[in-house]
Design a protein around this ligand. Structure first.
Ligand code: PLP
Length: 394
């Protein structure tokens, strides 16, 4: 069997075996509906309560503040559209240029519906412009802010405590897409002071199709999903008990492993980064190296296409992502790379490596052997390069 080196964990992760095991009884023996009158359903409801408590403890929240959803996209939509509807069209919405589409697109919909929407920029290291955030909030009556905790493409971690402080000063409600930090760095909603927070199971070893929204007591939302009393009326629909149990298990596993894993992931990521920098000329690291998720590395190989690199690495069993949104066949660089103002010769050559609990140093060594020859070969074939007309663009 061909060796697979999976370095695309910011896209999705393998389900932990402990999570699968925790879920299994809820497909077979304990399949009752937690809302049923009978004890068979009631037993399942107790497991749902226990899962809610486990997840709440993971975030330092109260169980009543946890709303289970089908994914982080649903959580982001529920938070933004639900709060915007509750607080009304006078609400100013402030987000960033580098959010996931699950935040950007609901914000753009709200803009089309008449809300005032602003997108705050980042610098060339992908760091949030806090002065611009402050300026966008100055003089507002009611504002809803949505700032991701860490960026999925670059791994840059935003200073959420400072963002929350700025929001508090202006009486703004703060939502954060915490998908990429959950399970990787500690997330304490009380200490940081966020009002709404989205998480996704499949980004930290729970299955695809389960997420949650933290709603701080006192924060109001109009429900997005109507049709039932579940989740305090904020998310109608029978709870996906097996996956929620899996999500809770993933939280407690991550809690126990996080500190050691952060060290191990950073060592692997740093070796990969140093090895690639040494072996590949004309390569730059994208994103702030001093405030970055431990397992994420985003680099640009100048003069070549990220897609070509990813395609050749795929042949070698190495799974990575590129910084392009291959929308409608045009290989436009991603909005994140563009917002950072990455130099023209480097925007198209962006590649993301994202590591997890199941990666090993041996895999990093394999990648370091495999990647430099691919880069050399593609550079030989490239019409662009130092000295060509194209390389003289900004
Ligand atoms: C993956 C991801 C999402 C979407 O999560 P789903 O559960 O797949 O909907 C949202 N935000 C960020 C930052 C992500 O990385």
């Amino acid at each position: 069997m061909r060796r697979i080196v999976y370095f695309d964990n910011n896209a999705t992760t393998r389900v932990a075996p402990e999570v699968t095991e925790a879920m299994l009884p809820f497909f077979s023996d304990a399949y009752g509906n937690p809302s049923s009158m009978h004890a068979f359903g009631g037993d399942v409801a107790r497991h749902l309560d226990a899962a809610r408590e486990e997840v709440a403890a993971f975030l330092n929240a109260s169980p009543e503040e946890i709303i289970f959803t089908s994914c982080a996209t649903e959580s982001d939509n529920t938070a933004l559209r639900g709060a915007a509807e509750f607080y009304g069209p006078g609400t100013k919405i402030v987000t960033t240029k580098v959010e996931h589409p699950a935040v950007l697109q609901p914000c753009r919909r709200l803009k089309a519906q008449g809300y005032q929407v602003a997108e705050v920029g980042v610098d060339n290291l992908g760091r949030l412009d806090l002065d611009e955030l402050e300026a966008q909030l100055a003089g507002t009556n009611k504002a809803l802010v949505s700032v991701m905790w860490a960026n999925n493409e670059t791994g840059v971690v935003f200073p959420m405590a400072q963002v929350a402080e700025i929001c508090r000063e202006h009486g703004a409600i703060l939502h954060t897409d915490a998908v990429q930090v959950a399970g990787k760095i500690p997330v304490d909603v009380k200490k940081v002071g966020v009002d709404l927070l989205a998480m996704s199971g499949h980004k930290f070893h729970a299955p695809k199709g389960v997420g949650l929204l933290y709603v701080r007591k006192g924060t109001h939302l109009k429900p997005f999903m109507l049709g039932g009393h579940q989740e305090r009326g904020l998310r109608a629909g029978t709870e996906n008990v097996p996956y929620i149990v899996g999500l809770a298990k993933a939280c407690s596993l991550a809690q126990g492993l996080m500190a050691d894993e952060a060290v191990r992931l950073k060592a692997m990521r740093d070796k990969l980064e140093a090895g690639l920098l040494a072996a590949c000329p004309d390569m730059i690291v994208n994103g702030d190296r001093f405030s970055r998720l431990p397992g994420t590395l985003n680099v640009s190989f100048k003069y070549i296409e990220g897609e070509a690199i990813a395609y050749h690495l795929s042949d070698l069993g190495i799974c990575v992502s590129t910084g392009s949104a291959c929308a409608s066949g045009s290989l436009d660089p991603s909005h994140v790379i563009r917002a950072m103002g990455v130099p023209f010769v480097a925007v198209h050559g962006s590649v993301r490596f994202s590591l997890s609990r199941y990666n090993t140093m041996d895999e990093v060594d394999y990648a370091l052997e495999a990647i430099p020859p691919v880069i050399r070969k593609l550079r030989e074939l490239s019409p662009f390069g130092p000295g060509s007309d194209v390389s003289t663009y900004a």
